[in-house]
Design a protein. Structure first.
Length: 236
């Protein structure tokens, strides 16, 4: 009878220990789920990248806060297993954050923009600027600059307060492109995506090419926009 009581006590203590995991343990288990997701994605084929969709997952440990998003390419074959692992990951992360009483940092961390889905090492991957070599980065940066400069094909200016001049780096010189902060949410979202890509590619090029560092670090001064003949014009 005593042995049964002792055994029951051991089981109860073990259960209590399991239920009272620290936030560090929960963060660690959450990160392990991310690794499982990465291994799952590696089982996918690159044969039909267009059939894959990009899903985002709130980042891992990082103190539990201000974690950047992680991107994963998901197809029909991996969808069910992926959703299961993601659900388990989010449950662990949420449980960890509830226990984590450390103050939330005021600084916001901007997630890296992605550049679609590509194939790396035989598996699909959501591409980031860090995946590009020097030649690829320069090529994509040039294409990106052209996209920003021509985003508004025929802009009409009725109210200059709706227009902004945003800085970009072109040929190691500071340039400005127009941005319209109007009611078109889709247009704003598309422009912001391209502009964020510009900043990511510029940082990547500075890392790969030391001579570009001085270009990437050019200090931008504010520029106004005026309406002239119903067209937005960036003031000098």
């Amino acid at each position: 009878m005593k042995l049964i009581r002792v055994f029951s006590l051991i089981v109860l203590c073990a259960a209590c220990k399991k239920d009272n995991q620290s936030y560090e343990e929960l963060y660690k288990k959450a990160d392990e789920k991310l690794v499982e997701i990465e291994e799952l994605i590696k089982t996918s084929s690159c044969s039909n990248l267009s059939s894959l969709r990009i899903d985002s997952v709130s980042g891992g440990y990082n103190g539990g806060y201000n974690a950047v998003y992680r991107y994963f390419p998901v197809g029909n074959k991996t969808k069910n297993a992926y959703n299961k692992l993601k659900s388990e990951y989010m449950s662990l992360l949420e449980a960890a954050r509830k226990l984590d009483e450390r103050p939330i940092l005021a600084m916001l961390v901007e997630s890296e923009p992605h550049f679609g889905i590509g194939c790396m090492d035989g598996s699909p991957k959501v591409l980031l600027a860090s995946d590009f070599n020097l030649e690829q980065t320069r090529e994509k940066l040039n294409t990106n600059i052209s996209a920003l400069e021509t985003f508004y094909a025929n802009p009409i200016c009725a109210n200059p307060s709706n227009w902004y001049a945003l800085p970009i780096v072109k040929d190691c010189k500071l340039k400005y492109v127009l941005f319209q902060n109007d009611s078109n949410n889709e247009s704003r979202r598309d422009f912001n995506a391209i502009y964020r890509q510009h900043k990511a590619l510029s940082r990547r090029l500075a890392k790969l090419d030391p001579s570009y560092v001085k270009c990437e670090n050019l200090l931008a001064s504010p520029k106004g926009v005026r309406c002239e003949n119903n067209k937005p014009v960036i003031e000098e």
